[in-house]
Ligand binder design. Structure first.
Ligand code: IMP
Length: 421
């Protein structure tokens, strides 16, 4: 069986949770490969509605092994809460496995994120993600899941790192504009979370290799989206990890040659949370209509998402940097409710043959639009051929521009509301 990679093709919140939930029905192993609890994946299936942050949506298939791999930064108290929530609702965590090499988000990372955002803001989720990745690469104050295994050692690491970080934070933010809990509070909450997490730490690298050797279906699940990638996104308004498909192999140890499908999830319109350029952001009533109809509020922070029109040059860029083999197009039901729909099919002066080579100066781009009409309700459509002609034409435009087949069309929040080719 092949390895499939699922990545966001836009600025995150494309509906990856739903697509992974659907694909995980046939996955033996699902691996989350990047990001932390800055992500929020909403899943609606027979078990109910869930907002997952760290655990793969594959957890709803009780046969699937769900791995949190080394590229993820784990906030143990949040992971514990997520685990409790699932357990309380009868979802088994038998398949959950956590890499010992994953890094831990500490309260000082959150304090630093908050301190920095109170100055020049990127609009982060304030979850400490950037400072944790900084420490991972910086190495001196980093703490990994494996450091939790020995209680006394872990306690010692917490104590020494807390002292050093407290000093560092006071030096960085002399006006006291940070909120670092006292040591005892941190110790209590991290030791409690440790008890929860400990049984799930496993040699995930071997698990993946064994699955590949047995030709099992391995699903690699990204968080955030291509345009938030630290190297390929709209820097500096990006997250601190690599979100693109190439990172999936790097961070899971899966050889490139095993990959059969790279699925980019794209919403039928665009959204973005936080700061940064957004050429097709809507300046008009449709912004609000899309936000309300599509419930476009952050699953992690509750922030209202900025809404805009489909940007084909950006989507083509995402197809290129991820080498997408297929697109999963979501929220076609929501976009179709508008009377008039715009699609950005070029930027002024853009060489359409070449497309975008990178995302520099994105804020200076002037989008050029074509206009179409809304297609109304998609309820009950089971095949692509049953979609209204206007909706079919919209999809064809995307395929023609990007050269990538739209393989899944999501027409509602529920698991069944999807058309697969
Ligand atoms: P950070 O990842 O919290 O540092 O935030 C950096 C940027 O990425 C901000 O613009 C966030 O809003 C954005 N971001 C991070 N995670 C997500 C996500 O899961 N969905 C959408 N945007 C995200």
């Amino acid at each position: 069986m092949p390895v499939s990679i699922v990545v966001g093709a836009q600025w995150g919140d494309e509906g990856k949770g739903k697509i992974v939930d659907v694909l995980a029905q046939t996955a033996d192993v699902a691996v989350r490969f990047n990001g932390g609890n800055n992500a929020g994946h909403t899943v609606i299936n027979e078990d109910g509605q869930y907002a997952l942050h760290l655990i793969s949506a594959g957890i709803f298939n009780h046969q699937t092994i769900c791995i949190i791999e080394r590229g993820v930064v784990v906030h143990p108290p949040s992971l514990m809460e997520e685990m409790k929530l699932l357990l309380n609702r009868g979802i088994s965590l038998k398949g959950l496995k956590i890499s010992p090499s994953a890094h831990i988000v500490m309260p000082w990372h959150i304090a630093e994120d908050q301190g920095k955002e109170s100055g020049v803001a990127i609009g982060t989720t304030l979850r400490g993600i950037g400072p944790c990745y900084q420490d991972k690469v910086g190495r001196w104050f980093a703490i990994r899941i494996e450091d939790m295994q020995d209680k006394q050692l872990f306690f010692g690491i917490l104590e020494t790192t807390y002292a050093a970080k407290k000093q560092e934070l006071h030096a960085k933010f002399p006006d006291g504009n940070i909120r670092l809990p006292d040591f005892e509070t941190i110790r209590t909450s991290y030791l409690e979370a440790r008890e929860y997490i400990l049984p799930y730490i496993a040699n995930t690298t071997s698990l993946i290799r064994r699955a590949l050797a047995k030709k099992k279906h391995v699903l690699l699940e990204g968080a955030q989206g291509t345009l938030l990638d630290v190297d390929y996104g709209s820097y500096p308004y990006v997250t601190s990890s690599n979100t693109v498909s190439m990172a999936a192999c790097l961070l899971t140890g899966v050889p490139f040659r095993e990959v059969r499908a790279i699925i980019g999830v794209a919403k039928a319109y665009l959204t973005r949370v936080g700061g940064g350029p957004f050429p097709t952001e809507i300046d008009g009533p449709e912004q609000n209509m899309l936000r309300e109809a599509g419930r476009e509020y952050g699953a992690t922070t509750g922030r209202p998402r900025r809404c805009g029109w489909m940007d084909l040059p950006l989507l083509r860029y995402a197809c290129m940097v991820n080498d997408l083999t297929e697109i999963a197009l979501t929220k076609m039901d929501i976009l179709g409710l508008l009377d008039t729909i715009k699609i950005c099919n070029s930027y002024k002066g853009l060489n359409r043959e070449e497309g975008l080579a990178d995302l520099r100066n994105l804020d200076a781009k002037t989008p050029e639009y074509i206009t179409t009409q809304g297609w109304g309700s998609l309820e009950g459509c089971r095949f692509r051929s049953e979609l209204p002609e206007l909706a079919q034409n919209y999809i064809k435009k995307i395929e023609a521009y990007t050269g990538v087949r739209v393989h899944y069309i999501s027409i509602g929040g529920k698991r069944k509301e999807i058309i697969a080719l």
